[in-house]
Design a protein around this ligand. Structure first.
Ligand code: ATP
Length: 299
């Protein structure tokens, strides 16, 4: 366990932004931090990075605190993007890379590689202000990873990107993980967390409401989804005991059921009624879990 938070609380005046948060963030993995606006994600990141102090509790990384002496090992993509509009991409990256202790030729080599990978080699000598917002974000991402950090913290890395660039960035994040970087990222998007993370935490009003391995979280939730495609009216399924929700779909219906046993009951209730094209038992999605744990307050 490389990054640990023990009972971390942050108060701003009488308002508690993060409340008794304890987390173990495993090494060489991608850890997802989910939560609605104002849940406390950015505040937690700032405490991890030592930019603000916790009101209570403590945070350790490899048994020590994160401070300025470790900045060459840490990468951070802040939520409020902050590049100098008048600098060229190259000069901006040289400046930021030097702050991380790199020499100029290594910076240029890494930068060329990243611009190539992001399909934008022609941006090297362009001013930041000439780039679109999404492309500025790619440059900011490069500035967070150019020094090959051991721990990378990404605050909403995919926000504001078009679907193609979301995929490009996801791939980059996965490659970094494979080359030994531990990554923590925040998102409003549960599908991104579901796709990328083995471990995650859902924060709600500063408190962790779900925390652990994705597979364990899904298993322990208990409820399952059943998808049925059939040529006859399925409406009667919603009255079976243990069926929690019933949603008609164009080809049949989707059900949430209390357990696998109930799925078997549904299967039996279908027999002899007509042609069934699909019967599928699925794990709940993170979205299902979030809605149950946090309610409709999520947007
Ligand atoms: P978002 O998804 O909108 O970025 P978040 O989960 O990152 O939200 P935070 O930015 O951590 O949320 O904010 C958590 C709460 O703490 C919010 O209610 C915010 O208003 C409050 N807060 C954050 N920083 C300060 C501060 N410096 N002073 C007072 N309140 C603050």
């Amino acid at each position: 366990m490389t990054l640990s938070l023990h009972n971390v609380t942050k108060r701003f005046g009488s308002f508690t932004a993060v409340d008794q948060l304890s987390l173990q963030i495993p090494e060489n993995q991608i850890f997802g931090f989910l939560g609605a606006n104002g849940a406390g994600k950015t505040t937690t990141f700032r405490m991890i990075l030592g930019l603000i102090d916790a009101s209570e509790g403590h945070i350790t990384w490899n048994n020590g605190a994160i401070n300025y002496s470790k900045s060459h090992l840490i990468g951070y993509l802040p939520e409020e993007r902050g590049l100098y509009p008048k600098l060229t991409v190259k000069d901006q990256l040289i400046y930021l890379g030097r702050l991380r202790g790199m020499n100029k030729s290594d910076i240029i080599k890494e930068l060329d590689g990243w611009l190539e990978r992001f399909n934008v080699p022609e941006y090297k000598n362009k001013k930041i202000e000439e780039l679109s917002k999404g492309n500025q974000q790619k440059i900011q991402f490069i500035s967070a990873v150019i020094h090959k950090p051991k721990l990378l913290i990404l605050d909403e890395p995919f926000s504001g990107l078009d679907p193609v660039n979301v995929e490009v960035l996801k791939k980059a994040v996965i490659n970094l993980k494979e080359s030994g970087t531990s990554i923590v990222f925040s998102s409003h998007r549960m599908d991104h967390v579901e796709e990328l993370c083995e471990h995650l935490c859902i924060l709600h009003k500063g408190q962790p409401v779900v925390h652990g391995g994705l597979k364990d979280i899904k298993r322990s939730f208990g409820k399952k989804n059943v998808v049925v495609h059939a040529d006859f009216d399925l409406n009667y399924l919603k009255d079976l005991p243990g069926v929690v929700t019933y949603k008609p779909s164009t080809e049949g219906c989707e059900l949430q059921v209390e357990s696998e046993q109930v799925a078997q009951d549904v299967f039996q209730a279908l027999s002899g009624k007509g042609f069934v094209r699909t019967f599928d038992l699925e794990e709940p999605s993170l979205n299902d879990i979030f809605i149950e744990k946090v309610g409709d307050s999520y947007e």
